[in-house]
Design a protein around this ligand. Structure first.
Ligand SMILES: C[S@@+](CC[C@H](N)C(=O)[O-])C[C@H]1O[C@@H](n2cnc3c(N)ncnc32)[C@H](O)[C@@H]1O
Length: 212
């Protein structure tokens, strides 16, 4: 009898431990993010990782084909990456390009089966070609790059590379903090298929979804 009454207490302890572990992990990611932002605010583009709500709004747009690769640009500490995997993306189908070497190392530890590339998203064609498994096309590009911090011509040059790497019905999902406009920088030559405002993020963000 006494043994049985211990069971609920055990599960409460496990739940509390799990909550504490998640809280500490979130705190660690926020600290790392803030440190990288202080070192390079322009390139880091945000003071904190995306909220679970923003990450989930990005992850909704996974390709239908589970064999397709998904290219993540600017994964940071992996907030959106986590949401993509939670939504069903196979870790070995994820390719992520992160410019910040500290963050890329952290991501490789967190997601050991993913293809984490420390490099510049603007070199995505070359980086994917030279990957351990060369990747010719992807079913979706999920980008958190702070495009507003880059000149329009650079955003357009990146958009061309994204267009070239996408499968015919592939999607480019981009968030930005420019909440009043439906389209993020660089998206002019794409068809806008969805645009969603996410208030629960610091700051609120807009997710724009494009198809070529
Ligand atoms: C706004 S943060 C987003 C981080 C994360 N995806 C999130 O939503 O919490 C932008 C990220 O893009 C990365 N980044 C900036 N310029 C880049 C570039 N040229 N190539 C690859 N990553 C870049 C930054 O290092 C940073 O991690």
């Amino acid at each position: 009898m006494a043994h049985r009454s211990l069971l609920p207490l055990n599960s409460v302890i496990i739940t509390v431990k799990d909550m504490a572990r998640k809280f500490i992990a979130a705190l660690t990611d926020s600290t790392v993010f803030l440190r990288e932002w202080l070192a390079n605010p322009q390139r880091t583009g945000a003071v904190a990782p995306s909220s679970p709500q923003l990450a989930a709004a990005m992850a909704r747009w996974l390709p239908n084909n589970p064999e397709s690769y998904v290219l993540e640009l600017g994964p940071g500490t992996g907030a959106v990456t986590t949401a993509l995997l939670k939504r069903g993306l196979r870790e070995d189908r994820l390719v992520a390009i992160e410019h910040n070497e500290n963050l890329a190392k952290l991501l490789q530890k967190k997601f050991p089966h993913a293809h984490i590339i420390a490099g510049d998203a603007w070199q995505l064609d070359e980086l994917l070609r030279n990957n351990s498994i060369p990747i010719a096309s992807v079913g979706a590009v999920i980008s958190s790059l702070p495009l507003l911090n880059f000149p329009k011509e650079e955003a357009a040059a990146l958009a061309t590379k994204i267009r070239n790497i996408l499968e015919p019905r592939g999607r480019w999902v981009q968030y930005s903090y420019q909440i009043v406009k439906d389209r993020s920088r660089g998206g002019d030559d794409f068809r806008l298929v969805a645009s969603q405002l996410v208030w629960l993020n610091l700051p609120p963000a807009r997710v724009s979804v494009y198809q070529k």
